[in-house]
Design a protein around this ligand. Structure first.
Ligand code: CIR
Length: 261
């Protein structure tokens, strides 16, 4: 096991709320969501994170904020600071206050200000580089305010235009030290210089969202063909059921903020 994997890890999560079916949707059609099933799948996700070595800090549900389970979008947590975002969907902005309060004991907190908008799902951290999706949720001011917050700590911010998906991490996530799982249709061919790419199975366009934690790749069990590609690449895969949250346009990265406390 490498040194970073031995660090104590905290995962902030938030329980699924009863209003989930009223979530924001951009690229997927609205279909009925079984909230009880979503909560059970979310519980299985939390159990996976615990198995993989995370301590859980579970925030209470926000009954009137349909998307509040997707805590990833509310903050970018680095070793040196936490940047609390201003989510691109106005309905999601009230989600940030409780996450900022939860992060306060662990990090200096910087908060993005209007006119910035940025969703954490657009921020892919690879070492000292933050690739940031220029998406429908993240604007230029958001990218610049993020850059101003993190540059003093030696991080580079690299905007990546995306097309056809909600967030950058719908299209590309880190599954190994210098290996990305990607959906090539949604990102430019030249993005991510120096990083190896593994493409999702073409029949599983939403399968690029994976979460590398504790030496394993947490991945939705609904994508067996992409899982096969990950396994053939020698990666350890930890599956989770994620069908109900996928109907809310969420994936496995969205439901946690993981950091060394
Ligand atoms: C939204 O549209 O904001 C939510 N329904 C889904 C957010 C998923 N978050 C993520 O991919 N980081």
């Amino acid at each position: 096991m490498s040194a970073p994997e031995r660090r104590r890890l905290l995962a902030i999560t938030r329980a699924v709320g009863p209003s989930l079916a009223r979530c924001e949707l951009t690229h997927v059609e609205r279909q009925p969501i079984d909230v009880a099933r979503a909560a059970a799948q979310h519980g299985a996700y939390e159990a996976r994170l615990a198995e993989l070595g995370c301590e859980l800090l579970r925030l209470p549900a926000e009954p009137d904020l349909p998307d509040a389970v997707f805590v990833e979008d509310t903050a970018v947590v680095l070793d040196e600071l936490a940047v609390v975002t201003r989510p691109g969907a106005a309905s999601r902005r009230p989600e940030t206050a409780s996450v900022a309060a939860a992060l306060q004991p662990f990090r200096r907190v910087v908060t993005l200000q209007p006119p910035a908008t940025l969703d954490g799902g657009d921020v892919l951290v690879v070492g000292r580089t933050l690739f940031v999706g220029a998406s429908g949720r993240t604007n230029g001011a958001g990218i610049e305010q993020l850059r101003a917050a993190v540059a003093p700590h030696g991080y580079a911010v690299v905007p990546v235009p995306i097309d056809g998906c909600l967030h950058l991490k719908s299209a590309a996530t880190l599954v190994g030290e210098a290996l990305l799982l990607v959906q090539p249709a949604w990102i430019p061919a030249g993005a991510f210089p120096g990083l190896e790419r593994l493409a999702v199975d073409p029949g599983e366009p939403f399968a690029a969202n994976a979460l590398l934690v504790g030496g394993a790749v947490v991945h939705a069990e609904e994508f067996p063909r992409t899982r096969e590609r990950l396994l053939r690449h020698g990666l350890r895969v930890a599956t989770v059921p994620a069908s109900e949250l996928a109907k809310a346009e969420g994936g496995v990265t969205c439901c946690s903020l993981i950091f060394a406390p």
